[in-house]
Every structure is written in structure tokens, then in C-alpha cells.
Design a protein around this ligand. Structure first.
Ligand code: GRF
Length: 192
């Protein structure tokens, strides 16, 4: 039974999707903690569902103290899921959990990924570029930004009258499925 930590920075809808899936699939993994790098609605949601959930406030702690506390807080887990987590992980953590950290990104990587490409910025860029398709990607986290091996992608057609907001809404629904499927793919790999 793999122990999973979920890192968030905001609403936590992707985190919620993993928690909901776990509640009906108790045999593969157990989410043992949810950590946010700043005050986040997702922390309240996780707590209300009975999970250990807390904030390590990066701004208040400073980068070094934050990295140290985060590293120690993740000492007893097997897998890390970044679900709308907007900070960059310390190199030491990425090395320790090499091949065992997944991230969900709201585009078809490698397109529209990298520094500054998060949240609505991604969908704005896709709409401005008049892309026919967009979607989401679950990938392994390496030392780059949005550059690790891709585990699964879900394609979403960009409609003529799409705004960044309308596209974001449709893609988010697909993210909720992709994040769980990506976690399952990782677990299957770790089991075999
Ligand atoms: C999602 O679009 C995710 O792809 C991106 O940030 C957003 C977070 O959504 N990284 P939520 O906090 O999971 O609702």
C-alpha cells in the first residue's frame, strides 16, 4: 500500500479527485497528507474529509526553511502528487523521489509549458495561438519545469468561441480524470 502526499497551492479540485478515487479504491494507495505552500482552500477541503493537511507558508518561512520542512514532512511517503502546486520543488527532494513525483499540467506538453505557464496563462496562450486542440498532461517531475516523462494526456478540442475561461473549465474536468489515471500508471510501474 503506497503512501501518497498531495501538494497544492489553491482550490484543490485535482486533489479532491484523488481523494474521491481513493475513497472507492482503498487497495492501492493511501493519501497520508496534504501540504500547501500557502493558505489554500484545498487544505480546508482535505481537513473536512479527515486528512492530515497543513500549510508550510513559503513566503513566511523563506525558501531554505520551507525546503527543509517540506523535505522532512515528506520523509514517510512513497509518492508525491503535485495537484495545482505552483512552487518549484527543491532539487534534493526531486532527486530523492526521482520517478515517484507526478504533476498535472493544463496543456498538451511540451506545448505551452515551462516558466510562467500556469493557470489561466496557459489557456490564454492557447486561445491566442488559435490552437485546434489543447488538453492536459500528467508527467513525472524532473529537475526541469514541466519537462519530465509524460504518463498520460487528454486532448480537448478548442472551440471557435472559446475564451481562456471556457477552455479552462472543460480541460479541468479532464484533469480530474487524468490525474487519477496518471497515479495508477505510476503505481503499476512501481509494482512491476
Ligand atoms: C489546474 O488547472 C492544474 O492543472 C494547474 O493548476 C490548476 C489547479 O487546479 N496546475 P486545482 O487547485 O487542482 O483545482
Amino acid at each position: 500500500m503506497y503512501k501518497v502526499a498531495i501538494l497544492i497551492s489553491g482550490t484543490g479540485s485535482n486533489m479532491e479527485s484523488v481523494l474521491n478515487y481513493e475513497s472507492v479504491n482503498k487497495d492501492k494507495f493511501k493519501v497520508t497528507k496534504v501540504i500547501a505552500n500557502k493558505e489554500a482552500k484545498g487544505i480546508d477541503i482535505a481537513k473536512s474529509k479527515g486528512y492530515e493537511a497543513f500549510v508550510l507558508n513559503k513566503k513566511e518561512l523563506g525558501q531554505e526553511k520551507y525546503d527543509e520542512l517540506l523535505f522532512n514532512s515528506l520523509d514517510d511517503v512513497d509518492i508525491i502528487v503535485l495537484a495545482g502546486y505552483l512552487a518549484i520543488l527543491d532539487k534534493k527532494l526531486v532527486e530523492k523521489f526521482s520517478g515517484r513525483i507526478i504533476n498535472i499540467h493544463p496543456s498538451l506538453l511540451p506545448k505551452f509549458g515551462g516558466k510562467g505557464m500556469y493557470g489561466l496563462n496557459v489557456h490564454k496562450a492557447v486561445v491566442d495561438a488559435k490552437e485546434e486542440f489543447s488538453g492536459c498532461t500528467v508527467h513525472l517531475v524532473d529537475e526541469g519545469v514541466d519537462t519530465g516523462e509524460i504518463l498520460i494526456q487528454k486532448q480537448v478540442r478548442v472551440l471557435k468561441n472559446d475564451t481562456a475561461e471556457s477552455l479552462q473549465k472543460r480541460i479541468l474536468k479532464n484533469e480530474h480524470i487524468a490525474i487519477v489515471e496518471g497515479l495508477e500508471i505510476l503505481i503499476d510501474r512501481m509494482e512491476n
